[in-house]
Design a protein around this ligand. Sequence first.
Ligand SMILES: Cc1cc2nc3c(=O)[nH]c(=O)nc-3n(C[C@H](O)[C@H](O)[C@H](O)COP(=O)(O)OP(=O)(O)OC[C@H]3O[C@@H](n4cnc5c(N)ncnc54)[C@H](O)[C@@H]3O)c2cc1C
Length: 477
Amino acid sequence: MSAASLNPVSAADVEHFAGIGIAVERLDGRAEEPYNVDALKRYMGSVDVVLLPESTEQVSQILSYCHERRIGVVVQGGNTGTAGGALGRHDEVLLSLRRMNAVRDVDAVAGVLVADAGCVLEDLDAHVRQLGFIVPLDLGSRRQCMIGGNVSTSAGGLRYLRYGSMHGNVLGVEAVLPDGRVLDALSVLKKDASGYDIKQLFIGAEGTLGVVTAVSIALAPRPASSRVAVLGLGDFDKIHRAFVLARQHLGEIVSAFEFWERRCNELTVEFCGHPDLLARPHAFYVMVETRGSVARHDAEKMEAFIAALRDADLVDESRELSDPDGMDAAWLFRSDMARAHMLSGCMYVYDFSLPPRHQYALLDATKNRLRSMAMYGGPDDPVKDVTIFGHIGDDNIHLQVIARQYGGPVEAAVEPWIYTWVGSHGGSVAAEHGLGAHKGPFLKYAKSPAVIETMKSLKRLLDPRGIMGPGKHVAIA
Ligand SMILES: Cc1cc2nc3c(=O)[nH]c(=O)nc-3n(C[C@H](O)[C@H](O)[C@H](O)COP(=O)(O)OP(=O)(O)OC[C@H]3O[C@@H](n4cnc5c(N)ncnc54)[C@H](O)[C@@H]3O)c2cc1C
């Protein structure tokens, strides 16, 4: 069941796929984007054969053949994942969903979208906006990532605080199992207590249990009124206190509560060329968004919130935005933060959930460790920056270590130490980016042996030959 027990793809296999009408691209192992290079340029793939099916039936034909022949399969959506899960590292076929991109149905009464897995998130959002809805998920990678990839990584994103998780919003999936059987669990029902909820298995499975070919998702109404406030704060503790006040004053209309620290701000200005959102530099920044239905009420609530922040001496500067261009610019600034880090050097991005009381300590602990190893703090040290930003309302902290080059002593200094630190402080080693190519072995620091063994049992049950995503996720040896 290991990658070693799988067969390489032969010329006869390629001929077979072409012969049954499946589009094939050959790379000869070239580091070609998007197939063999990831968004961060951290992971490189080495696949030769890319298959581009156009229908669920073609996906089924591919998997049934690969199962029979014991050929490894790696599934790729928009290839924006940060964990290397969408790249082939052995002699697998790469199955790209990019040609399966039709909207199958929108029920405007129920507010339910049914779409092929290869639909790009931004295109889906544009499609349903005309009908008065939004897709309840938004990521900085929205122009490339695909809904099947979003489901498969259990993506979180910028408005998780308001709209919740993929586990709540996805109503059904159609998936092709590793042996080629089509599993039709494409329900459009919001309530269903009739047995095990099978679709949940595919949310966060990262292509290891089959291929998600279509998704049905509950849409959210397009908000009639929206506002943004950008805040400058002097210390991290004030972010948590401001969040408590946001819940009290903004209640059901708060839709995002994002934070970043000064260095993230500087990198975004420097590498993406965006103007600063506030007049003065601050140690920390918060961006609060409200989405409601009556602009006047929402404005009153936001004003009361800002006044409460000032009374409690929590903010040093604030700026309210309600014009669409201003709000778009603020969101672009926030969304481009990951890109700015990517442009500034070789980015190791860590995506953790942590209880509030340990969130800032993670940054301090990481910097201290790297300093003590003479890797950070000096002008020519191998680590240029260590930063945090993220979705504070979801307890989801992104920690970036920006190195001068990938691999070597920096990686060895940070991993697995950082996963042990997070596990011992009650965190999750992957809040929203998944396990991918190399986080599987670190799961043991944060999940019990019984949980990991149950995951492996499910993998063995659905993919007994281990053809899907070989060596990834909770790989079975
Ligand atoms: C600039 C930037 C910002 C980002 N911001 C966020 C953020 O705020 N929140 C967040 O959660 N993520 C974020 N991400 C990470 C990434 O965009 C998400 O993980 C996204 O959901 C991946 O979708 P994709 O289509 O690109 O999947 P891919 O990268 O192609 O694949 C990811 C994994 O899912 C599997 N997979 C893909 N499609 C399928 C399918 N149809 N069936 C079965 N398996 C499949 C792949 O095998 C792989 O293991 C960001 C990434 C970038 C580059």
